[in-house]
Design a protein around this ligand. Structure first.
Ligand SMILES: [Zn+2]
Length: 85
């Protein structure tokens, strides 16, 4: 593979696995939404009726936070993953 391929700062980001174009999401929005969803986990602990949706929302929120922090808001459509760098 071409590891020496310089990654430009433009929207021409490439997936290291498949070489496909990467989507770039706003990390701040991802992080904010993720925190909001993770906060719903707290309300789920207070109200047992919300346990199932609360846990799902909390997991999805944690996923968004990991995506924003580790994945840098990038997403590969082909691999269905956020490529860690
Ligand atoms: Zn890929």
């Amino acid at each position: 593979m071409d590891d020496k391929n310089p990654a430009p700062q433009t929207d021409a980001l490439r997936c290291r696995t498949c070489g496909g174009a990467l989507l770039q999401k706003n990390r701040l929005i991802l992080f904010t939404v993720g925190m909001g969803m993770a906060a719903s986990l707290v309300s789920a602990l207070l109200f047992p009726l919300f346990w199932a949706p609360g846990i799902i929302l909390g997991l999805a929120g944690a996923y968004l936070i990991v995506w924003a922090v580790l994945g840098k808001g990038r997403w590969c459509r082909n691999c269905k993953i956020f490529p860690p760098r």
